[in-house]
Structure formats: C-alpha cells, structure tokens
Design a binder for this molecule. Structure first.
Ligand code: AMP
Length: 210
C-alpha cells in the first residue's frame, strides 16, 4: 500500500499514520518527524530547516525532496509506505511523480480550522521517537512519558496559537491545492474528522476499502 495522508496541521495525520502502519505493515514517513530529529541533532538539513519550522513556514521544496528521496530509498519502503505531511506543495508532488513514485490512494482528512486551534494546545510529541499524544484525547499511560519508547513528551514550539494560525494559512494556500491535483489523477479520497481517533480510523479503512 502506497498512501498519502493529506490534511491541515493537527488533523490527526500522525496519529492515523501510526495506527495504519501497524495494520498495513508498511512504514509511516513523516517529514516533520525527520526534520525535528535533524534539528535536534544539529545536522546540515536541521540547520537549514529550523528557522522555517519555528515560524510555521514550509521548508524549501529542494530540502524536502532531498529528505524524502533519501528515506524512500531505504529497504523498508520497497513494499509500500504511508506519507504523513508530504507532499505539501504542488512542486513536491510533481517531483515525486517525476521520480516515478506511484500511489494507491491519497486520503484527505477534512476538519475545520477552529477545531484544530482548539485541539493544538493539548498536543504533545515524543522528543525521541516523534509519537503523538494528546492530554485529553489520547493521553500517555504515564504523564509526560512516551508509551512506545519511554522518551520525554513535550509541546511543539510551533503549536502556539499564533503559529498554528500561520500554519493553517500556509496549508490552505500551498497544500490544499493538492486535493485537486490528486482528484485529477483519480486518487483522492476524503474522510471527515470523527469524534474519536478510533472512529476516524474506521472511516479511513472504509473509504480505502480495507
Ligand atoms: P509537521 O510535523 O508535519 O506539522 O511539520 C512541521 C514543520 O516541518 C512544518 O510546519 C514545516 O515547517 C516542516 N515540514 C514538514 N514537512 C514538510 C514538507 N513536506 N514541506 C515543507 N515543510 C515541511
């Protein structure tokens, strides 16, 4: 299965990617997680990406295309993958197409901006493995500790309300046009955000015919 998860920041792409990766047996690739690790480790990519990420702007396409090409060339991606947060611009989608990458489906999670702004203040991520949590909707078993790897959970600097609003504006301008791009290729499927994580997963599996 080769799948793209589309949707605004905070739509639950990372959460659904983690669930789907276990169900489908293919890796989830999150450029956000890869970039956060690069920033943490002070790599050249991290140094290039940090200022854009802190400001809620998109990292330049050429940096992202480099990151994703490198990751998709790894052995575990040969049977399929779930892309979370990439492509995020038409040039990124075109670069994947030009590289000969094909997809079975592009799934858009539809959710209103106001729901996202409300939700973001409770989001926490693992500083070691990137796993997502939420203090109300998806709390870890032990407060502040990642269920998967025991790493420390923290708020993301770019989840502050003023940065979230900028990120939503970027989503509508740069990323939402990908829905038409993939609809033209008959790949687009949509689900509405549901009251719970499990119900959203059920809706996704249904629309994918799984
Ligand atoms: P995310 O974890 O997907 O919300 O990504 C966090 C931040 O990383 C974004 O606000 C961007 O600054 C950067 N980023 C992640 N993926 C991409 C991408 N495909 N294109 C450009 N910037 C990205």
């Amino acid at each position: 299965m080769k799948l793209i998860l589309l949707g605004p920041p905070g739509a639950g792409k990372g959460t659904q990617a983690e669930i789907l990766t276990k169900k489908l047996g293919v890796p989830a690739i999150s450029t956000g997680n890869i970039l956060r690790a690069a920033v943490k480790n002070g790599t050249p990519t991290g140094l290039k990406a940090k200022e854009y990420m802190d400001a809620g702007k998109l990292v330049p396409d050429e940096v992202i295309i480099g990151v994703i090409s490198e990751r998709m060339a790894e052995a575990d991606c040969q049977e399929g993958f779930i892309l979370d947060g990439v492509p995020r611009t038409i040039p990124q989608a075109e670069a994947l197409e030009k590289a000969g990458v094909t997809f079975d489906a592009v799934l858009s999670i539809e959710i209103e901006d106001e729901v996202i702004v409300d939700r973001m203040d409770g989001r926490r991520v693992c500083t070691t493995c990137g796993a997502p949590f939420h203090v109300r909707n998806m709390p870890p078993k032990v407060e502040g500790v990642c269920d998967s790897c025991g790493g420390e959970l923290k708020e993301r600097a770019d989840d502050k309300p003023e940065v979230v609003r900028d990120r939503l504006a970027v989503y509508h301008k740069e990323t939402a046009p990908l829905k038409d791009f993939y609809a033209e290729r008959n790949l687009l499927k949509s689900v509405d955000n549901q009251p719970t994580v499990a119900e959203t997963t059920t809706a996704i599996l249904h629309v994918l015919g799984l």
